[in-house]
Design a protein around this ligand. Structure first.
Ligand code: PGA
Length: 248
């Protein structure tokens, strides 16, 4: 499988610049199997999906509610995302775990809701700097994997060390390899053969300049890109680096 490169625009994107960015990414993405995803804020999903239609770039949401509809003021459901053209949804990003008190159980319910609506969930896990300093990074990530994925999970994982997000700091290649190997082992244990195929993305300060050295790490199945996804040339440089390696 080709490596997947997912752009997480976070809370960035007014109409005009969002459309311009989506157009630039679509124009530079080229042909081939779809291996790029843009996740704009909810307000831009429909417009970005229209711009990306027919390109190799898919669209995703950044969160969804576990219920399909109902009295949940301000929330967006998985069927709503699907309805406006999303194919993917990021779930359990550390910014949501921290700012919205999302725990593994809630992320798991969201992953079930996403799959029910026909979306591919991208479930994020990752330790904080304090957890790493205390030597607890591996048990923390293992427990997030165990708690956040439903029994019939068939989506994508993203390993994002919280301290690497937006910081310009990345773990050493061996640390990424070690954590991806641990996640792979847990996925195989939980899902058998299916667990061997699930892409495990790395996220946290991936840029055009370091993308190749990250994409070549064993078990890295692509990247989840924040800041660098807001600049078309950077995002496309990461995509080019990802495409220069054979699938995992
Ligand atoms: P970053 O963010 O690439 O800006 O570090 C990654 C993410 O939060 O998904």
């Amino acid at each position: 499988m080709r490596r997947l490169v997912v752009g997480n625009w976070k809370m960035n994107g007014l109409s005009a610049p969002a459309a311009e960015l989506a157009r630039a990414v679509a124009a530079g993405a080229g042909d081939g199997p779809p291996d790029l995803v843009l996740c704009p804020p909810f307000t831009q999903i429909a417009a970005v999906a229209a711009i990306l239609a027919g390109s190799t770039v898919a669209v995703g949401g950044q969160d969804c509610h576990p219920e399909p509809a109902g009295p949940h003021t301000g929330d967006i459901s998985a069927p709503m995302l699907r309805d406006v053209g999303a194919r993917y949804v990021i779930l359990g990003h550390s910014e949501r775990r921290a700012a919205h008190a999302e725990n593994d159980g809630l992320v798991r319910m969201k992953a079930i809701a996403a799959a029910r609506a026909g979306l591919i969930p991208i479930v994020c896990v990752g330790e904080t700097e304090a957890e790493r300093d205390e030597g607890r990074a591996e048990p923390v990530v293992a427990s997030q994997v165990a708690g956040s994925l439903p029994e019939d999970f068939a989506g994508i994982l993203a390993y994002e060390p919280v301290w690497a997000i937006g910081s310009g700091r990345t773990p050493k290649a061996g640390e990424i390899a070690g954590m991806h190997a641990l996640i792979r082992a847990r996925l195989v244990q939980a899902f058998g053969a299916g667990g061997k195929e699930m892409p495990i993305l790395y996220g946290g300060s991936v840029k055009g300049a370091n993308a190749a050295s990250i994409m070549e790490i064993p078990e890295v199945g692509g990247g989840l890109i924040g800041g660098a996804s807001l600049v078309a040339a950077e995002f496309l440089a990461i995509a080019a680096a990802a495409r220069s390696f054979p699938g995992t």
